[in-house]
Design a protein around this ligand. Structure first.
Ligand code: FAD
Ligand code: DHB
Length: 389
């Protein structure tokens, strides 16, 4: 078959790009390695910046988000039994929206199906050909049959473990990486949230985060060892540890219950440069990873989609390649700022195995500075709600 844009990966980046292009009459096909149910069962991000909300509106996929999402005007930061609030509304005039990545993805799939846009699931052996020529194509197999898609452009939206990034010759790309010496154990439980606003908690026992999805669905995390597996953590063990990492007044009102999902995620910072090779463009986790502290992963994927969508739109509407030529530089400029914020917030909130007493006092001093200094709060709030595109 022939299409204008071949999109590899049916996660949020690929689906959002497909839907935005579709609304402008630009054809695409989405190639996804897994099944739709598998993609929708992945519990990941929960906090959306206004930029992503705006893109979902433009894609015609924001009705349920507006009806069911929660607007958060601030967040709570705890250290020991101390707690203070960063007021996003006061410092930026903008809230963030709590609405799960699972729901975003579900809405995007629904819109894609309604629009009749092609998606191929269970694809294997995806190979990109001729990305550095004007006539690229992609091959893949489904049910043992090889298919070929000829296209103008390829969007590599296939996540950190995808094939798109590795298609760029090693001598033409540069990778930057930091692996953190801990992971996050997350659970989902059908219990009322301990706090309406999120609590990021730095304690001598390690980091904890109280997040939520709705009035009866909590998403809670604790810092754990990279060597832990979910079998090491019964629900009781999780609740016991989580409680110890909340300020006493919050711990006293925590409602516990059975987990309905439990997973461990490693923490990594990663950026590959450039994000374009010929007619191949990398988007989202295919090009960069942030540690989850500060919820920038999905939001940074969305800003890539913004730059790529507008570049492709300009190309098809005016014939100008200026937008696509500027894609890598524009996307990376914002990516590095999100990397900095996620690294800073992770460094501030976690216990590190080799952390000295001095290092710990530096964390507390920085938290106390943030608590008392309006300029520091404003900088934190601006980054948390999302820097402009
Ligand atoms: P992905 O969501 O990874 O989607 C890529 C898609 O491509 C997948 O569906 C995959 O199956 C498909 N694919 C891969 N290889 C191929 C191939 N060869 N051919 C075809 N298809 C392929 N961010 C936050 O902000 N907060 C969080 O709490 C948070 N938690 C996370 C927990 C985990 C375990 C992980 C892995 C990520 C988490 N993130 C979180 C990050 C956030 O979920 C990602 O930034 C976001 O999913 C990026 O979207 P994406 O579409 O670029 O990539
Ligand atoms: C969630 C995850 C995060 O990494 C974060 O900083 C805030 C919220 C969440 O899953 O709800």
């Amino acid at each position: 078959m022939r299409t204008q844009v071949a999109i590899i990966g049916g996660g949020p980046s690929g689906l959002l790009l497909a839907q935005l292009l579709q609304r402008r009459g630009i054809d695409s096909i989405v190639l996804e390695r897994k099944t739709k149910d598998y993609v929708l069962a992945r519990i990941r991000a929960g906090v959306l910046e206004q930029g992503l909300v705006g893109l979902l509106e433009e894609a015609g996929c924001a009705d349920r988000l507006h009806a069911e999402g929660f607007s958060h005007d601030g967040t709570l930061i705890a250290y020991g039994d101390e707690m203070f609030r960063i007021d996003f509304k006061e410092h930026t005039g903008t809230p963030v929206i709590v609405y799960g990545q699972t729901e975003v993805t579900r809405d995007l799939y629904e819109a894609r199906e309604k629009a009749g846009g092609p998606i191929a699931f269970n694809v294997e052996d995806v190979v990109i050909h001729g990305a550095d020529t004007d006539t690229p194509h992609v091959t893949y197999t489904v049910d043992g049959t090889t298919q070929r898609v000829d296209c103008d452009f390829i969007a590599g939206c296939d996540g950190f473990h995808g094939i798109s990034r590795k298609t760029i010759p090693a001598d033409l790309r540069r990778e930057y990486e930091k692996v953190y010496p801990f992971g996050w154990l997350g659970i989902l439980s059908e219990t009322p949230p301990v706090s309406h606003e999120l609590i990021y908690s730095n304690t001598p026992r390690g980091f904890a985060l109280a997040s939520m999805r709705n009035e009866n669905l909590c998403r809670y995390y604790i810092q754990c060892s990279v060597d832990d597996s979910i079998e090491d953590w019964s629900d009781d063990a999780f609740w016991d540890e989580f409680k110890k990492r909340l300020p006493a007044d919050m711990a006293a009102k925590l409602v516990t219950g059975p987990s309905i999902e439990k997973s461990i995620a490693p923490l990594r910072s990663f950026v590959t440069e450039p994000m374009r090779w010929g007619r191949l463009f990398l988007c989202g986790d295919a090009a960069h990873i942030v540690p989850p502290t500060g919820a920038k992963g999905l939001n940074t994927a969305a800003s890539d989609v913004h730059y790529l969508y507008n570049g492709l739109r300009e190309f098809y509407e005016t014939g100008s390649a200026d937008g696509i030529d500027a894609y890598s530089a524009n996307a990376l400029s914002r990516v590095w700022k999100a990397e900095r914020f996620s690294w800073w917030f992770s460094s501030l909130m976690h216990r590190y195995p080799d952390q000295s007493d001095f290092d710990q006092r530096m964390q507390i001093a920085e938290l106390e500075f943030l608590r008392s200094n309006k300029a520091a709060q404003k900088a934190m709030a601006e980054n948390y709600v999302g820097l402009p595109y």
